[in-house]
Design a protein around this ligand. Structure first.
Ligand SMILES: [Zn+2]
Length: 316
């Protein structure tokens, strides 16, 4: 198995560990409870599935969730099994790029401290909520010793997808939800961004690890979109097309992202009914996740993003 893995190309699997309150927040509601069905039902399933497929993954954690003991225990188990914990801000504040510098720094720093004090690990990777990233954020991360950011999603279709979602979300229109339109032209390969235009290569020490979109077409095909397509009856078609193009391209790298709701119990709540994937039956979610991971691990060795960055430096 070890020798077989060494011959495979590298991939990294990331999970945005967004609690149910984050989804409610997207739709303009407040919901903070001690028990969270997304955490409690999805995390153990992800851990088992990763064990089954020999995957070391990266969990992007929102600091605020680490104020709840039950959530700390679940994430401690992830650390114990060799997975990485990365920073996903303290409060998952939407419109992150519009925050003043001191607030951005506060969101990053507070989450970092609570991750260190509860889980005993120092995060070296970061993702903004809703891919809303800017140069100022990357500079703050670099100054704090982060080795990578993974907020960028290189797609030409950001403005269209944003418009479709705005009809149901509470996010203000003055927002870089899914990133700025020109981020669609950024490299698909990990790269060192420029200090003035983060979608271009430059001299930053920090690496940007873009969320992989389809080679050539640049359509997103990470789990949120795969589950959205499945909700429309397309089963795994979107993933299969994206993966086919990926394996036929010369890209040679892969960063696939899940969210907790993609392996949670089925949730019916009228307030968040437009969140794709929540109301799919669990058996269908499990089938889709297994299908995706089976295909990925057949072609790639899945390591934590921290490890991926190291090996990338070594081979680039
Ligand atoms: Zn998130």
């Amino acid at each position: 198995m070890e020798k077989q893995n060494q011959m495979k190309k590298l991939a990294t699997i990331q999970i945005d560990v967004d609690g149910l309150w984050v989804i409610f927040q997207h739709f303009g509601y407040q919901k903070h409870t001690t028990s969270d069905i997304l955490y409690e039902s999805a995390l153990p399933r992800f851990l088992d599935l990763f064990g089954q497929y020999d995957i070391k993954a990266t969990f992007f954690v929102v600091g605020r969730d680490l104020l709840v003991p039950a959530r700390i225990s679940l994430l401690k188990e992830a650390v114990r099994r060799g997975h990485e914990i990365a920073n996903h801000t303290m409060n998952h504040t939407e419109g992150f790029s519009y925050l003043p510098a001191h607030k951005k720094k506060g969101e990053i720093e507070e989450a970092e401290k609570v991750i260190e004090s509860t889980l005993g690990v120092k995060p070296v990777g970061f993702r903004t909520p809703s891919n809303d990233v800017d140069e100022e954020t990357l500079k703050i991360l670099e100054d704090r010793g982060y080795v990578y950011d993974s907020s960028l999603m290189p797609t030409y279709y950001g403005p269209i997808l944003k418009r479709l979602k705005f009809s149901s979300l509470s996010i203000p229109r003055k927002d870089n939800y899914l990133g700025k339109w020109h981020y669609g032209f950024s490299p698909l390969h990990p790269y060192n961004p420029s200090y003035t235009s983060l979608h271009r290569r430059g001299t930053m020490k920090l690496l940007e690890i873009p969320i992989t979109t389809m080679p050539y077409l640049r359509l997103p095909f990470h789990a949120s979109f795969v589950f959205a397509a499945a909700s429309l009856g397309l089963k795994s078609l979107l993933f299969d097309i994206g993966f086919f193009l990926l394996t036929r391209s010369k890209l040679g790298v892969y960063n696939f992202v899940f969210h907790t709701n993609e392996l949670s119990d089925q949730i019916f709540d009228i307030k968040i009914k437009r969140q794709f994937g929540l109301n799919l039956p669990l058996s269908q979610k499990q089938e889709l996740c297994s299908h995706v991971l089976q295909k990925i691990t057949r072609n790639f060795q899945c390591v934590t993003t921290k490890e991926y960055v190291k090996k990338f430096h070594r081979t680039d």
